[in-house]
Design a protein around this ligand. Structure first.
Ligand code: AMP
Ligand code: MG
Length: 501
């Protein structure tokens, strides 16, 4: 628990002390510009817990000031809004210059959470055209904005590093996607939105001085202890590699799939960033592709750890001129798999309520995933129901067992699991409580988001608020919301999410 250590300052929207340290970088790093106003914006949803991070009073949410500011219609006098430039590899191919095509950094405010490095940036996403919009319209639709808002806060609730989301505002202005949809703005919060692609940008443009300026900025502001390392740039790569490996393990452990792990969507702070066609695994299939646009499955569930590593190598390539040698660069990247596997192993042991690690555990886990795959078992339900297992009462397995078509297969596995638990004298109640604290009951299933989106498209925002409240406490039983933890309805299987947002 991160209890706030500083007294809550109780800012109002117009007294937020906005600075902009990113805008103090040389002008080539960004373009100064104003958000483009949206007609008659209204509040779709807001997170009190995100507001608390920046000391903003939740009473502000309903004020005109708040809605106008976070839809980009009114810019605080002290703000120096900018759109940042970056490049990146998209689906493994160098894509050249990208940049904040529809996001505008309002600035940074003091971090009131008592953790972190001292500042948090506020960024409007969907706030209009920028010099980096390319063929886009600078806008985001209500659908994708609600998804990003809810998932950011849900991931935080799961304890997984992520950018946060303060609010979503909407407008009746139409935006053309496959069908006409309405525009929205999501206000994101993170210590920094610098991406792997921000470094690649300078490397591929052969601007090594700018590359160094960016690396120094990131080290001094976010990784100050690395200054003391023999080679701070190598230390930076080492640290980002570790954080990324850990993030991949965190994602795998809850069945989260990002969908577009391009290097321009990879956070230099190891945060989950840029929510688009993400998904949570339902019927388990290691090859599942959550992004309809990703035909080849580059970012399928099972590929995520490898792609995370691939992205770290792309970052390593970009940092090579600063690190100074291929060997030192490789040495920083090499531990990725070890970091990933160690973290995953720890997380999976916790998910199974195993207090110790033994050699045979690998086989137990492989058999478990094999059965889940063969039986299309719902990922979240499986682990949550596993918490209830009683060592000496196989009869109590019924709800869990019912997830499997192959009941004898399940029984055989459960038998192995039981003997493993007996070996360490596991106690049912104690294990259940420990397992429930790491196996969420509630995740943002696509269909749950879809229900909230469709209501919001009809101006009923109650489901957005309700889902947010449930997903903020994903490990709590919340028996009154048990329906939100059930198997998805049949119509959910026809839902498709793509890069269109
Ligand atoms: P993404 O894959 O969503 O992270 O986006 C890749 C790039 O496309 C980024 O540079 C985005 O800023 C840009 N982009 C995506 N959608 C739009 C849009 N509607 N208008 C302008 N730029 C966009
Ligand atoms: Mg992006």
């Amino acid at each position: 628990m991160n209890a706030p250590i500083s007294p809550r300052p109780g800012y109002r929207t117009d007294t937020l002390p906005l600075g902009n340290s990113f805008a103090a970088l040389p002008p080539a790093f960004f373009t100064r510009l104003m958000p483009t106003p949206l007609p008659a914006p209204y509040l779709v949803g807001a997170s009190a817990s995100a507001a608390q991070l920046i000391g903003l009073e939740p009473a502000e949410f309903t004020t005109r000031e708040f809605i106008e500011t976070f839809s980009g219609n009114r810019t605080p006098d002290s703000a120096l809004p900018v759109a940042a430039v970056y490049s990146g590899h998209q689906f493994g191919v160098w894509a050249g210059q990208l940049g904040d095509g529809r996001a505008i950094l309002l600035g940074d405010v003091p971090d009131c959470s008592g953790s972190g490095n001292g500042w948090l940036e506020l960024q409007l996403k969907g706030s209009g055209l920028t010099p980096y919009s390319r063929m886009g319209d600078g806008r985001a639709v209500l659908r994708s904005s609600i998804r990003e808002f809810l998932c950011s806060e849900a991931m935080h609730g799961l304890g997984i590093p992520t950018s946060r989301a303060l609010c979503v505002t909407g407008s009746d202005q139409y935006v053309l996607r496959e069908t006409p949809e309405t525009a929205a703005v999501v206000t994101r919060i993170a210590p920094s939105f610098v991406r792997f692609g921000s470094f690649e940008h300078w490397f591929y443009n052969d601007k090594i001085d700018a590359l160094r300026t960016l690396a120094d900025y990131v080290i001094d502001r976010f990784y100050p202890v690395l200054r003391d390392a023999g080679n701070p740039y190598q230390a930076l790569l080492q640290e980002v590699t570790q954080r990324t490996a850990h993030l991949m393990a965190d994602w795998q452990s809850v069945g989260f799939m990002h969908g577009v792990m391009n290097t321009d969507n990879m956070s230099i702070l190891g945060l989950t960033l840029d929510y688009g066609p993400f998904g949570f695994m339902e019927a388990f299939d290691a090859q599942h592709i959550c992004n309809h646009t990703d035909r080849q499955g580059r970012y399928s569930y099972r590929m995520q750890p490898q792609m995370g590593e691939w992205n770290c190598y792309a970052l390593g390539q970009a940092l090579l001129p600063l690190i100074g040698s291929v060997d030192a660069t490789k040495a920083a990247l090499e531990p990725f798999q070890a970091h990933y596997l160690a973290r995953l192993d720890r997380l999976l042991h916790a998910k199974l309520g195993l207090a110790s690690t033994q050699q045979q555990d690998r086989a137990l886990l492989d058999a478990m995933f094999g059965l889940m795959q063969a039986n299309h078992v719902d990922f979240t339900l499986f682990f949550r129901l596993l918490c209830e297992l009683q060592i000496d009462d196989a009869g109590a397995d019924a709800p869990l067992r019912d997830l499997f078509l192959d009941r004898p297969g399940f029984d055989a596995w459960a038998g192995q699991y039981r003997s493993r638990l007996r070996q360490e004298n596991s106690a049912d109640i104690k294990r259940r409580l420990a397992m429930q604290a790491v196996n969420p009951k509630y995740v943002l299933r696509n269909y749950l988001a879809q229900v909230a989106i469709e209501k919001a498209q009809n101006k009923d925002f109650s489901e957005v608020a309700k889902l947010l409240a449930i997903l903020e406490k994903p490990f709590d039983e919340q028996p009154e919301h048990a329906a939100y933890a059930e198997l998805p309805p049949d119509w959910a299987s026809t839902l498709e999410v793509s890069c269109s947002s």
